[in-house]
Every structure is written in C-alpha cells, then in structure tokens.
Design a protein around this ligand. Structure first.
Ligand SMILES: Nc1ncnc2c1ncn2[C@@H]1O[C@H](COP(=O)(O)OP(=O)(O)OP(=O)(O)O)[C@@H](O)[C@H]1O
Ligand SMILES: [Mg+2]
Length: 330
C-alpha cells in the first residue's frame, strides 16, 4: 500500500495505490484562486498547499478505505516544479515516513506524466515513446526498459504546448487555464479559417510554439476587437489545429527515426480530444491515460514510484526539491 503526494504546481494531490499499481483513490484539491491572477502565483500556491494537503491526504485514505497504519511506503514528487510548493509535499511525506517508520520514494514529475499511461487500462510495455505535453514541458521521450532512464528524442525550443494553449486563451480573452477553454471554444469554429504557423523551420523532432502565439496576437490585432470577438471560435479552432498538427508531425517523425511504434501521451494537453484524434488519425499507435490522469494527479506519481527504489533513511530525510527538468532529463 503506497501513499503518493504531488504538489509541484497549484494542485494539492494525494493517492493510494497497491504495490501492483491498482489505484484505490486519487484526490485532487485544485486552487481556484489563481484564476484571479491569470496564472499560478508560486507563493500563494505554497501557502494553499499547507492548508489543503493534509485534508486531501485524509480524503485519499478514507476514499481508499485505508488507515494510516496500513501504509507501507510514501512517494512524493521531488521536481521539477515550484520549489515552495514542492517543499510542502516533501515535508509532509518525510513527516509521514518518519512518523509511520516506512520508506520514502522520490519521483520525478515528468516520469509521473509518463507513468500515467500505465493507468490507461491497456497492456503497455517498453520500448515505447511518450509525448509529454503539459503546462511547463513538451518533449518526446524514448522509454527503453521498465523503471530505467529514458532518452529524450525531441523537446521544445521555447514554449510548452500547454503554455501555448494558456497564452492563446489569454489573447482570445477566454481566461485560465486555457487548454479546456480553447478546446470548448474551438468546437464551434473552423480549423481551416486561419493559417497559423506550424514551426516549419524547426527541423527534426523538436517543437516551437512561440511564433504561433505571436501569429495569433497579430491576427487578433489586425481583425480589431469586434471582429476578433465575432470570429473567436474560428481563431480558437485554427490555433488549436496548428498546435495539434505540430504534435502529430513531430510524433510521426519520432516514430520514423526511432522505429518505436507505440506512443503514450501524457500531460495536460493529452486531455485535448483534437490532439488525441489527430494522432490517432495519423495512424499513431496511441496509448492515452484517462483524462483525470493527464493533468496533475498523485496516482501517476504513485505508479511511477512502483518502479523506483526506497531511499535510505538518511537520504529520505535530506531529500530536497529541484525546480527544473535539467536534473530529470537524464
Ligand atoms: N483539454 C485540454 N486541451 C488542451 N490543453 C489542456 C487541456 N486540459 C489541460 N490542458 C493544459 O495542460 C496544462 C496543465 O497540464 P499539467 O497539469 O500536466 O501541467 P503542469 O503540471 O502545469 O506542467 P508540468 O507538468 O510541465 O510541470 C495547462 O497548460 C492546460 O492549459
Ligand atoms: Mg504536470
């Protein structure tokens, strides 16, 4: 029985899993307050984790019908993410591990987004590729062996795909978080109405979304406020199509160059139906977790932890957060 804790950004998450990876509970306490600021405020996120995390842990235990004493280990996200937010999760996990005298495992958040695909309910064994497209990262990893390191096949040279959705939503006046709002607005729009760039100048398997965002900004400016509002659905649909096309093209190239045909899809953007559909229609052999395991959650952290070793007690007590993917892009 493993308790997993995830606090890398603005969601306070806890989950209980069995040692074989069955999810008994997964609780996500979202901090809606960040809507007011149009994005996550790190200091506020950390303070809210302090208030939310213990009730979220209690809820995860009661949903799983498990007592604290039944737990055999604790897993926690170590990074990358907001350091103040991560430290609340790490301190809580350390306290539980010491108090219950059970081992602690440290999980990389991006490995968690990859491990989410093991919760898709289908057989998934390495080797496989994983497109991780989230708010802070967009990369294609090649997972060669269970629990082993991965190699990065391609990554974004500027913004992340989720960030492109969020910034696009802001330009279109849709609010935050942008992904689901752009997706909804796009439903009534024509994806071919505007011809937004698809990073044609970026070769190979790398991504670029900065030019796309600027292009939307100019299109909205050139249309003028009233016309841009009238054509918001078309703008959203065309913008989303440009993101999806770029994902599809890079993943297709990655499959071609690596010869690995199975592709898992993780991170918040994997919740996007147009992206799932685009990849499937391109003939990609796609494995996507349920939507609730695409955006941040602790079940994916618990699932990733199953493949990892327990930390020796001293290392567990000394565990520190890291903010960037550099340490994780091994
Ligand atoms: N339906 C959707 N369509 C497109 N994008 C979406 C959708 N749902 C969520 N997203 C995007 O996913 C991102 C959030 O995903 P996630 O929680 O995995 O990212 P994060 O934890 O903020 O970043 P990271 O995992 O890189 O640290 C946001 O940018 C959000 O706009
Ligand atoms: Mg995430």
């Amino acid at each position: 029985m493993i308790l997993a804790i995830e606090t890398s950004c603005d969601d306070s998450c806890a989950a209980v899993l069995t040692g074989t990876g069955e999810v008994l509970s997964s609780v996500v306490g979202s901090q809606v307050i960040h809507d007011l600021y149009g994005g996550v405020v790190p200091e506020i996120a950390a303070r809210h984790h302090l208030e939310l995390l213990l009730p979220v842990v209690e809820r995860a235990l009661s949903d799983a019908n498990v007592e604290l004493e039944d737990l055999e280990r604790v897993a926690v996200t170590q990074g990358p993410g907001l350091v103040g937010a991560l430290l609340v999760g790490i301190a809580t996990a350390k306290g539980l591990a010491v108090g219950l005298d059970i081992p602690l495992r440290a999980v990389d958040h991006l490995h968690g987004h990859v491990a989410a695909s093991y919760l898709a309910g289908v057989e998934l064994e390495p080797p496989f590729l994983c497109l991780v497209a989230s708010g802070g990262h967009t990369l294609i990893a090649n997972i060669q062996e269970p629990g082993s390191d991965w190699s990065i096949v391609g990554t974004t040279i500027d913004d992340a795909a989720g960030e492109a959705f969020d910034k696009g939503a802001r330009i279109l006046g849709l609010g935050y978080p942008g992904g689901p709002l752009v997706e909804k607005e796009a439903e009534a729009g024509d994806p071919a109405a505007f011809d937004f760039p698809r990073a044609a100048g970026v070769p190979g398997v790398d991504f670029s979304f900065a030019g796309l965002k600027t292009s939307l900004l100019y299109a909205v400016r050139d249309l003028g406020e009233a016309e841009a509002e009238a054509r918001r659905a078309d703008l959203a649909a065309s913008y989303q199509a440009a993101i999806v096309d770029q994902l599809v093209e890079r993943v297709s190239r990655a499959v071609e160059t690596t010869g690995v045909s199975v592709v898992a899809f993780g991170g918040g953007v994997a919740a996007n139906s147009a992206a799932r559909m685009g990849l499937t229609e391109a003939g990609i052999n796609l494995v996507v977790p349920p939507t609730k395991y695409c955006t941040d959650n602790a079940a994916m952290i618990g699932r990733a932890a199953i493949e990892l070793p327990d930390l020796p007690r001293e290392a567990a007590l000394a565990l520190d957060a890291y903010s960037t993917a550099d340490r994780s892009a091994r």
